[in-house]
Design a protein around this ligand. Structure first.
Ligand SMILES: [Zn+2]
Length: 356
C-alpha cells in the first residue's frame, strides 16, 4: 500500500494537513549554527555539535504523536541519546501525544541488566518521563516468530547458510560487488539460488542458517512503496539498496529490522524519530510494514550529535556518558544547554505533509 494524496497515516494526519494552520510553537531543537555560536563546551572541555542541518518538532493540526525512545542496554546513555530521547519526548508532549520507552535487548551477549537499569534512571534524572510500562524486546519473541511465519507463508524469505566469512569471500570474488548507501557490501544473494530440495536437505542436516528477506520477490508482492520523512519529504522506498537483509538467526529470533517494525506497530507508534544514520533502514521497514499489513507511521530522522572532531557520538566516548557527567556535578539543565536545547532562538518552523 502506498500512502498517497488524501490517505491517512497511522497518526491520523491526512496527507494534506499542515501545522501552519495550527498553533504556532517555537522549535525545541535548533541547528548547528546556533549551537556553534553558543560555544557548547562540556564539563570535560569537550565540544558537542550537531552533524548536519536543523531539527524542529513536527506539529500537525489535530495530530497527537505517539513516539518512542528505543535504546539498547549495551552501555550507558550519552549526549547523543539524551538528544534523541528529548526529541521524541518533545514531539509527544507538544502535540499532546504519548512518549513510550522500549529496551531493544535482543542480544544476550551485549545487553546487561545494569545498563537497562541505568537507562531508566538517567531518563528520570533528565526529567524525560515516559508513558505506560517499559517494553522489553526480549519478552516479545513470540510476536517476532509470528511475523516471521507470516513472511515465510508469503514466500518472501529464504534460508541463508553462509557464514560471515563466506559472504566476505564471495564479495571479494565478485570484484565489483554492489554496496549499500553507507558503503557497506550487501549480501550477494548466494543462497537465494538454492533449490528447495537443497534447502530442506541442509536444514534437516542441522546446518545453522539465517532467514533473509528476498527483496525482489517482496517488492513484486507489494508494488512500489513510498514513505514520508518530515525533513526529507516523500521518499520512494528502495529496499534493494540494502539487499536481502537478515530478519532472524538461529540464535536471535528477530533482527533489528523485524523487531522494530513489529514493535512500533504493536505499540501504536505514529511518528518514528531516530538518528539520520538509520534513514536508509526505513526502506526495508516500509517494505516489511506493507508485507505484514501494518499501519504506516511517519518518520523524522534527526541530527546526530557529534564530538569536537565531528565524529558521531558512540558508547566508546565514555567521558560524555550521562553517568560520568552527572557524577562530575553536571545538572540536567547543563546537559540541555550543552546540546543547544532549551532557549528558542530560531524562527518557528512547521512541516506540512504534501501529497506524494
Ligand atoms: Zn547465504
Amino acid at each position: 500500500m502506498v500512502v498517497g494524496a488524501g490517505q491517512r497515516f497511522a497518526c491520523g494526519a491526512s496527507t494534506t494537513q499542515c501545522c501552519l494552520h495550527g498553533p504556532q510553537r517555537p522549535p525545541i531543537m535548533t541547528g548547528r549554527a546556533e549551537r556553534r555560536e553558543r560555544g557548547t563546551v562540556s564539563a570535560d572541555g569537550e565540544r558537542v555539535i550537531a552533524l548536519r542541518g536543523a531539527d524542529f518538532v513536527p506539529l500537525f493540526e489535530g495530530v497527537a504523536h505517539v513516539t518512542r525512545f528505543a535504546p539498547s542496554p549495551t552501555g550507558y546513555l550519552h549526549l547523543g541519546h539524551a538528544y534523541a530521547a528529548r526529541f521524541a519526548f518533545e514531539a509527544a508532549r507538544l502535540s499532546g501525544g504519548r512518549f513510550l520507552l522500549r529496551l531493544e535487548d535482543l542480544d544476550p551477549q551485549r545487553c546487561r541488566p545494569e545498563f537497562a537499569h541505568a537507562i531508566l534512571e538517567d531518563l528520570r534524572w533528565l526529567g524525560l518521563f515516559w508513558d505506560g510500562s517499559v517494553v522489553r524486546q526480549s519478552q516479545r519473541l513470540a510476536l517476532y516468530r509470528q511475523a516471521l511465519a507470516r513472511l515465510e507463508a508469503l514466500g518472501v524469505l529464504y534460508p541463508c547458510f553462509c557464514t560471515r566469512k563466506q559472504v566476505r569471500e564471495e564479495i571479494a570474488r565478485m570484484g565489483d560487488a554492489p554496496h549499500g548507501p553507507a558503503g557497506e557490501a550487501i549480501y550477494p544473494g548466494t543462497c537465494r539460488a538454492l533449490s528447495e530440495q537443497e534447502r530442506r536437505r541442509r536444514i534437516a542436516r542441522g546446518e545453522p542458517f539465517a532467514w533473509r528477506l528476498d527483496v525482489e520477490r517482496a517488492l513484486a508482492h507489494t508494488g512500489p512503496l513510498s514513505w514520508y520523512d518530515v525533513r526529507a519529504g516523500w521518499v520512494e522506498a528502495k529496499p534493494e539498496l540494502l539487499g536481502d537483509v537478515v530478519l532472524a538467526r538461529k540464535d536471535a529470533p528477530a533482527s533489528y529490522h523485524l523487531a522494530v517494525v513489529v514493535d512500533d506497530a504493536a505499540q501504536g507508534v505514529t511518528l518514528v524519530t531516530r538518528g539520520e544514520d538509520l534513514f536508509h533502514a526505513t526502506h526495508i521497514h516500509r517494505l516489511l510494514q506493507a508485507l505484514l499489513g501494518l499501519p504506516v507511521p511517519i518518520w523524522y530522522h534527526h541530527n546526530l550529535v557529534g564530538d569536537a572532531s565531528g565524529r558521531r557520538m558512540a558508547k566508546r566516548n565514555g567521558a560524555l556518558s550521562l553517568r560520568h557527567m552527572r557524577a562530575r556535578g553536571v545538572s540536567p539543565e547543563a546537559i540541555w544547554q550543552l546540546l543547544g536545547l532549551g532557549a528558542a532562538s530560531a524562527r518557528p518552523r512547521c512541516a506540512s505533509v504534501p501529497a506524494s
